[in-house]
Structures are given as C-alpha cells and as structure tokens.
Write a protein that binds this ligand. Structure first.
Ligand code: UDP
Ligand code: MG
Length: 138
C-alpha cells in the first residue's frame, strides 16, 4: 500500500486543531499508521526544508516551524501522495479549493497548517528522516 508523510504544523497545534485535521485525514480514507508529537530543532527544520534554502521565505519558515510542537505522521492508502495533496489543498489558502484542510484551517501562505510529501521519492525520504522502521506500526 502507498505511503506519504504528513506534518501538522505549529499554527495548527497551537490552535488545538490536531484532532480536527486528523478527522479530515481519516474521513478521506487515509490511515494514520505512525505518529508522534515533537518540537523540531533548528537543524532538523533546516534539513527538512533544505530544498527551499535559497528562497526569501526560508529563515521565516524555519522560525515558524520551530516555534511550537508539530505532529509528524505516516499516512497509508491508495495513491497516498496524490490523495493527501488533494485533501490538503493549495499551498496558499487563498487558492485552496473548498473542503480542503488548508481552505478550512490555514491562516496564510506560511502558516498553512499541514505538510504533505510531493512525490513517492520524497515521501520515502521524509518518512525515513523522522521514523525508525519499528515506529511504523500499521
Ligand atoms: N512557504 C512560505 N511562503 C511562500 C511559499 C511557501 O512561507 O511563499 C512555506 C509554507 O509553509 C509552505 C512551505 O513553505 O507549506 C513549503 O513550500 P512548498 O512550496 O513546498 O509548499 P507545500 O508543498 O507545503 O504546499
Ligand atoms: Mg512542498
């Protein structure tokens, strides 16, 4: 079965939205098969978002991602990467479709409540970055 990697981001944990967001995820048919609440270190956040290190928003993004706890999760289901990107909605909530997590919960283009992998290859890398094999319990 396909897997993707998800983060419930600081703006959402701060506003006590973990359960509401996970309810959305589960209603979509995706299964949460691994989960932990952690505070990202600056080093972890910089490595995770390395691909954006040359962007103007990078330092603000790192500050935001380390500001409050996050919940990292592995989601499983058919076409999990594509499906979860659809459930999340566009990066900027102003462009997100009705009924998506970001349309409903995101505050702005930075504080957009959730992360989801953008390819199977990145999903594998991101899952490995945060989880040991034995922490993925099904
Ligand atoms: N981001 C930002 N400003 C921007 C674009 C992105 O602060 O103009 C943040 C936002 O939190 C986003 C993350 O950087 O989710 C990663 O950006 P990406 O383009 O990969 O969007 P995503 O894959 O999360 O939809
Ligand atoms: Mg991305």
């Amino acid at each position: 079965m396909d897997q993707t990697f998800s983060i419930i981001k600081p703006d959402a944990t701060k506003r006590n939205l973990t359960g509401s967001i996970n309810s959305f995820i589960e209603k979509s048919g995706l299964r949460i098969i691994a989960q932990k609440r952690i505070k990202l270190s600056k080093d972890q956040a910089e490595k995770f978002y390395e691909i954006h290190s040359d962007k103007s928003f990078f330092s603000d993004l790192i500050e935001y991602m380390t500001s409050e706890p996050v919940v990292v999760q592995v989601l499983q289901g058919k076409n999990a990467v594509k499906k979860y990107r659809e459930v999340m909605g566009a990066t900027n909530p102003e462009n997100a479709d009705e009924g998506t997590i970001r349309k409903l919960f995101a505050l702005n283009v930075q504080e957009n409540s959730v992360h989801g992998s953008d390819s199977d290859e990145n999903a594998s890398k991101e899952i490995e970055f945060f989880f040991d094999e034995k922490e993925i319990v099904g």
